[in-house]
Design a protein. Structure first.
Length: 171
């Protein structure tokens, strides 16, 4: 079915985003290690390491969202959830997707676009160091990350809806 193919594509995109985000954490650690090494061994700090570490970590955090949702690795309060049948869990999750997750993701995509656009218009730079790197590319990651999370949430909603209506297992 075409819907199954679309769900697989969304899953693949989430996996790719997670794999990209996964490499930003070692980059962040390398920058921090380099800066600490220079500071304590050679008594010389960098002007760029603080901002770069934040940028790498922000990218890691933002790109991980869709990946975490795709693999159901997020935190969930299981007190009531574990008492439910597979179909009951799917119904509960479908209700939460409709009431909370999907509307919130739409709001965050919209707000992220406005936030990033304002940053691009003003050519915003970081105020935290004398280097003042541009922050608009990083702020552009916000609506992209929430769009990825929205797509994965839609895919999960469709899967849960199938289980809620027909029973069976999620694909």
């Amino acid at each position: 079915m075409k819907i199954d193919r679309a769900l697989q594509i969304i899953d693949s995109i989430s996996d790719i985003a997670g794999k990209i985000g996964r490499w930003l954490l070692p980059a962040c650690l390398a920058v921090v290690f380099y800066d600490v090494f220079l500071r304590y061994v050679f008594h010389s700090a960098t002007i760029w390491a603080f901002d770069m570490a934040i940028f790498f970590y922000a990218g890691n955090f933002l790109l991980a969202g869709a990946f975490v949702l795709r693999h159901q690795s997020h935190i969930r309060v299981d007190v009531i959830y574990n008492l439910l049948s597979r179909r009951g869990k799917a119904i509960l999750e479908s209700c939460f997707y409709i009431a909370i997750t999907l509307p919130l993701m739409v709001i965050m995509v919209y707000a992220g676009i406005v936030y990033a656009a304002d940053s691009w218009v003003s050519w915003e730079t970081s105020p935290y160091t004398v280097w003042h790197p541009p922050v608009y590319p990083v702020k552009t990651m916000i609506p992209i990350a929430y769009m990825l999370l929205l797509l994965q949430a839609i895919a999960d909603f469709i899967r849960n809806l199938r289980v809620a209506v027909k029973g069976g297992r999620k694909i």
